[in-house]
Design a protein around this ligand. Structure first.
Ligand code: IDP
Length: 154
């Protein structure tokens, strides 16, 4: 196996309210990714500002903070080969309307402001580690091997 990495994923409040946590987790499990951390939580205003800091000042920023703090989220860390990029491919585009059927946003969303899931941006170097650090303490992440790794990786 090469390029094993961890990536931060979050089912947003709309995904939680719509009962999509299990479906989304199943997709990543089926793909062969390994869950190494999970936290069902409510995001504070401070955490929202930190997490979405790059969007501060944009017209949609306040609405985004209101939305992401409006109800619980399922924060997770998934591990696997090329995990950050593969999760993004499975998520689809930022706008569900532009996302292909078969992707999470393409199957479960219609509107840009309600796009169900967040995943670290693979084009933003180090975003995965930064976001994992923001949401998880080191001792909340688990190192373990699964029985099928020999059959997932050459
Ligand atoms: P990403 O979630 O696909 O990485 P980003 O550009 O980082 O996309 O935007 C973060 C989040 O901000 C999006 O997932 C979406 O919820 C929200 N967002 C981005 N652009 C808009 C917009 O133009 N209107 C409303 N919400 C937006």
């Amino acid at each position: 196996m090469s390029d094993t990495e961890r990536t931060f994923v979050m089912v947003k409040p709309d995904g939680v309210q719509r009962g999509l946590i299990g479906e989304i987790i199943s997709r990543f499990e089926d793909r062969g990714l390994k869950l190494v951390g999970a936290k069902f939580m409510q995001i504070s205003e401070d955490l929202a500002h930190e997490h979405y800091g790059e969007h501060e000042g944009k017209p949609f920023f306040e609405g985004l903070v209101d939305f992401i703090t409006s109800g619980p989220v399922m924060a997770m860390v998934w591990e696997g080969q090329d995990a950050t990029r593969q999760v993004r491919r499975m998520m689809g585009e930022t706008d569900p309307a532009e996302s292909d059927p078969g992707t999470i946003r393409g199957d479960f969303g219609l509107d840009l402001g309600r796009n169900v899931i967040h995943g670290s941006d693979h084009a933003d170097d180090g975003a995965n580690e930064r976001e994992i650090d923001l949401f998880f303490d080191e001792d909340e992440l688990v190192d373990y091997e699964t029985v099928d790794e020999t059959w997932l990786y050459e």
